[in-house]
Ligand binder design. Structure first.
Ligand SMILES: C[S@@+](CC[C@H](N)C(=O)[O-])C[C@H]1O[C@@H](n2cnc3c(N)ncnc32)[C@H](O)[C@@H]1O
Length: 229
């Protein structure tokens, strides 16, 4: 099912055209490492009452890390009305906007929380998720900035804890060097079996906002599905 995202952005104007993360590096630091907590930093989420987020009151089945503007999250919710999908996003304006759309369009099985994934997934039950998506993350390509990435060894292990046996972790990026680093990280964790994706037929997921921009600009991108062992 395709969602008319452009129509949605007309109906719900986005508050700020270009959220610029490069001007707010403190956002990408774990809470425990901050000396002063800035006003636009998401206080780590420790516990969630799922009844407040999903109409059926149940826990999430799918997790979208770095939801951004949320086209993917919304389309997944429409495609799988009997599954709950939770987005995690560090930028407050994206979260506020998506909440407004979810509420306005009465999407009862999608929700998003303002949270930095580097602060953990303690609010999600172990072995409860069917799928986790980490699609087109901010690449932070410079070596000295790599700590700001949302995926590291710790987060990867935590994702494995939260996935059910056989659950799937989906990754996509348009940055080849980052894709190669993801492969190394995942192979070293020994917790997943990797399947590299060559064709849309093996992926079969709605396109994300960033993916559409890659397609429109003929930018190559790399995808893999990692099955939890
Ligand atoms: C390039 S955008 C991609 C968004 C979406 N997945 C897509 O494909 O269109 C990456 C998103 O990840 C979010 N992000 C970056 N670091 C994060 C973190 N540590 N925790 C949660 N979200 C994060 C950014 O704010 C941004 O919205």
């Amino acid at each position: 099912m395709e969602l008319n995202f452009e129509e949605l952005t007309r109906k719900y104007p986005f508050p700020e055209k270009r959220p610029r993360h490069h001007t707010a590096p403190h956002l990408y630091v774990p809470y425990s490492k901050l000396k002063v907590v800035p006003a636009n930093y998401p206080v780590p989420v420790e516990k969630v009452d799922w009844a407040e987020l999903f109409a059926n009151g149940k826990k999430p089945d799918m997790l979208d890390i770095g939801t951004g503007r949320g086209k993917f999250l919304l389309e997944m919710a429409l495609l799988y009305p009997n599954k709950n999908i939770l987005g995690i996003e560090i930028k407050q304006n994206c979260v506020q906007w998506l909440k407004q759309v979810i509420e306005g369009e009465k999407v009862r099985n999608a929700s998003v929380i303002w949270h930095n994934v580097l602060n953990g997934l303690q609010f999600i039950e172990n072995e409860s998720l069917e799928s986790v998506f980490y699609l087109f993350p901010d690449p932070w390509p410079k070596a000295r900035h790599s700590k700001r990435r949302a995926l590291n060894e710790e987060v990867l292990n935590e994702i494995a804890e939260k996935l059910k046996f056989g659950g799937r972790f989906y990754l996509a990026t348009d940055i080849k060097s980052l894709h190669e680093e993801h492969i190394l990280l995942i192979e070293n964790s020994k917790r997943y079996k990797i399947k590299f994706i060559e064709s849309d037929l093996d992926w079969n997921l709605p396109k994300t906002n960033k993916e559409i921009s890659c397609i429109n600009r003929s930018i190559e991108y790399y995808r893999m599905i990692c099955e939890k062992l």
